[in-house]
Design a protein around this ligand. Structure first.
Ligand SMILES: Cc1cc2nc3c(=O)[nH]c(=O)nc-3n(C[C@H](O)[C@H](O)[C@H](O)COP(=O)(O)OP(=O)(O)OC[C@H]3O[C@@H](n4cnc5c(N)ncnc54)[C@H](O)[C@@H]3O)c2cc1C
Length: 378
């Protein structure tokens, strides 16, 4: 079976690896370089906390498990850091939702426990404990973070060397062609044609585009901004989530900073300077948590599109109207991808449908009532 995978971010790399492992002849077509888009500018936190409704929570938990299971295939997974997360809320108005989420996660069997301020101080001596309010502190030991570019590199290398996959960078797909209601070919911008029995669209923030005979899906993507410090002599290991601020180590002593209110200032994925108002906002908030950051300025800001299918949930399955044309697009793609890759390979290559994806089929975007109404009933 010939499977063409369009896009080589974390979703496409997972799908390509798993389809090749399942026995398909896989060709990956990537418009730019491998992992050169959203996947390289992601907070990349593996988690299911606050993920609702239950079907979406389960998908994220399956992704977290699948990250661990990749050790079976690779021995070591140098791209994955299961460091755990620590979370608190300083604003009184945020406490009820925070406490309710803790209760819900614990009831669903998620790894979460309250920890004392003393334990936090012992675990993470760099954190300014005096800057944390009186509210409870939650610890999520099973969470972690991923280096998505490394993940893609390792999975695609294995797809090529173990299972004979081909990866073409700078090969933008311009058309998917059908005949008799089935996908037949994929064409790239330079006119090259690839025969295909199945095509998996893993184009993330570009999945709205019509490609020849093939429809896209509606997106409601948002913009995300990340700030990066230079290397700093800190021993921070955990991810920290305080109010709308997220902080984590990013290797070699660099600290990655994200703040939802900074994302909200953006109207497009435009570059930001390190002396911008957004940089100052990120750094000011992070310095309150990690006083050692007083001594440094941000080294870089990176901005990109967060791929959200129009109702906010994963879109995975065959597209209506063209057999063999499959969509795999999601936010939380870093968490979900290793599971999504396996499930897609089971469906596309092995012909084994996955009930876990039933809530997330693309046909919901082409039907009435609206997908948002359907998901909120779930
Ligand atoms: C700031 C930020 C923080 C985030 N934090 C988290 C988090 O903490 N946890 C989490 O799980 N997720 C997080 N996400 C979401 C996660 O990063 C994405 O869901 C994931 O990276 C999407 O991967 P992808 O492979 O679908 O997209 P991409 O990495 O964008 O890959 C799509 C690829 O398709 C290619 N492409 C597009 N059109 C074509 C074409 N016509 N032909 C060929 N190739 C094409 C592009 O060049 C691109 O390389 C975050 C995202 C952002 C922006």
């Amino acid at each position: 079976m010939r499977v063409v995978v369009i896009g080589s971010g974390i979703v496409g790399s997972s799908v390509a690896y798993e389809c090749a492992k399942a026995g398909a002849k896989v060709t990956v077509l990537e418009a730019g370089r491998v992992a050169g888009a959203t996947s390289s500018i992601s907070f990349a936190w593996t988690n299911a906390t606050t993920k609702q409704p239950r079907a979406y929570y389960d998908l994220n938990v399956a992704g977290m498990r699948a990250h661990l299971e990749l050790r079976r295939d690779f021995g070591a997974t140098p791209w994955f850091n299961q460091t755990g997360s620590i979370e608190w809320r300083n604003r009184a108005e945020d406490q009820p939702a925070y406490l309710e989420n803790f209760r819900q996660m614990r009831d669903w069997g998620y790894g979460v426990a309250w920890i004392s301020r003393k334990t936090l101080a012992e675990m993470e001596p760099d954190v300014n404990i005096a800057g944390i309010g009186d509210g409870p502190i939650a610890y999520f030991p099973e969470e972690g973070w991923v280096d998505p570019a490394l993940y893609c590199a390792w999975l695609l290398r294995a797809a090529k060397s173990r299972y004979g996959a081909e990866v073409h960078e700078f090969a933008r797909v311009t058309a998917i062609k059908e005949a008799g209601g089935r996908v037949r070919q994929v064409q790239t911008a330079d006119g090259t044609v690839f025969a295909a029995d199945a095509v998996v669209n893993c184009t993330g923030g570009w999945a709205e585009a019509r490609l020849g005979d093939a429809h896209g899906i509606p997106l409601a993507s948002t913009i995300g901004v990340l700030g990066f410090t230079p290397p700093v002599a800190l021993t921070l290991r955990s991810q920290l989530h305080a109010d709308d601020l997220d902080i984590r180590p990013d290797g070699a002593g660099r600290i990655m900073i994200h703040k939802i209110s900074v994302d909200a200032t953006m109207t497009g994925a435009v570059p930001l300077a390190t002396d911008s108002a957004q940089a100052a906002d990120l750094l000011r908030a992070a310095r309150e948590v990690l006083p050692a950051l007083q001594a440094v300025e941000l080294e870089a800001l990176r901005t990109t599109v967060r791929p959200y299918p129009a109702d906010g949930f994963t879109c995975a399955g065959e597209m209506p109207g063209m057999q063999g044309h499959y969509m795999a697009v999601t936010h939380s793609g870093v968490t979900i991808s290793p599971y999504l890759g396996r499930a897609v390979a089971d469906e596309v290559v092995r012909g084994e449908p996955h009930a876990s994806l039933d809530t997330f089929r693309p046909d919901r975007f082409f039907q009435k009532p609206s997908p948002v109404a359907r998901m909120s009933e779930a």
